[in-house]
Design a protein around this ligand. Structure first.
Ligand SMILES: [Zn+2]
Length: 118
């Protein structure tokens, strides 16, 4: 169900930036650690978008791999499964440097046509 609240967050953000122009595409960056199911997000987005400028817009989801960074030596690496020890120096004080993203990267809107007023 958390895809529903994420969808609401997306639509709210996009509506704020769309300035009443119909939105055609929403580019989204989703960190792997968010454990979002793309199809489920699509489904809820379409549902939440109804009646807003986002209605009918396509959701483009870019998955961001999860990366960790060692606090000791700044080594950074991608993780498949949680492995919270630095493979470079074996340090255990590490910081998640990517994987928690959930942000609207950009949107595309329909341009209002200005037909020759001269
Ligand atoms: Zn290290």
């Amino acid at each position: 169900m958390h895809e529903l609240s994420l969808s609401s967050a997306i639509v709210n953000t996009v509506v704020k930036h769309a300035d009443d122009r119909p939105v055609t595409v929403v580019y989204l960056r989703v960190g792997a650690l968010r454990q979002v199911v793309p199809d489920t997000l699509d489904f809820y987005f379409e549902f939440v978008a109804r009646g807003t400028v986002c209605e009918g817009a396509r959701l483009e989801q870019e998955l961001i791999e999860a990366r960790l960074r060692c606090d000791e030596c700044d080594h950074e690496w991608a993780i498949e499964i949680p492995a919270f020890r630095c493979p470079s120096c074996s340090g255990s004080r590490v910081t998640v440097s990517s994987g928690n993203e959930f942000e609207v990267e950009s949107i595309e809107v329909e341009e209002t046509q200005c037909i020759g007023q001269r």
